[in-house]
Design a protein around this ligand. Sequence first.
Ligand SMILES: [Zn+2]
Length: 228
Amino acid sequence: MFVTTQFAEGAGRLWWLELEEAVAWLDRISVNVGEETIAAPASTAEEKQAAFERLYWALRRGPEERLRATVALLAEAAGVDGARLVRTLCLGWDEIAALAREPNVTIGAHTLSHPMLAKWPAAVARREMAESKAGIEERLAVPVRHFAYPVGDPASAGAREFALAEEVGFVTAATTRPGHLFPAHASHLHALPRVSVNGLYQSEEALRAMLSGVPFLAWNRGRRVNVA
Ligand SMILES: [Zn+2]
């Protein structure tokens, strides 16, 4: 279990859920994202889905400050209380401490504030990694040896982040690049792939296909290791 320390403290922002709730409440969206104005109806479920997808990906492509500021505007317009989302949905330190005592649970780090690390200066990225590691170790009195990159796609975690994760003392770090583990990953322990089981692909058939590895070989065009 990878812990984002601000979420454990009831702070920080689950911006993707703020966006989801804002679109759920609003009947139409109109917002500037850089040069682009995104205006879309959002009264039916289909319209909401389409508006969310458009907004989400337009924001994901740009700087994270803009993403967070824009989502805050939409959340305010929709009366969405981001702080309540964190307090309602995230485990607190006491609950995480109880989990950490379970023999089959390993606690890893997932930064202080859940940023897309590659979009920030190196010093910020390093602090997010090192201070979350130190903070969890101090709070739970367990060693924190593993890390997961927030968001974890190539635009959030690349070569610089892989090197930083090693430098600040993590033994492994996981991306969200889709794939199975192969022996060659032994030389890329800070760029591990992931099989995402997240509720969107939970049919038994889909899960079996994912576990076979076939979709990932196709996705990765036969490459077993994707660390560039
Ligand atoms: Zn995350």
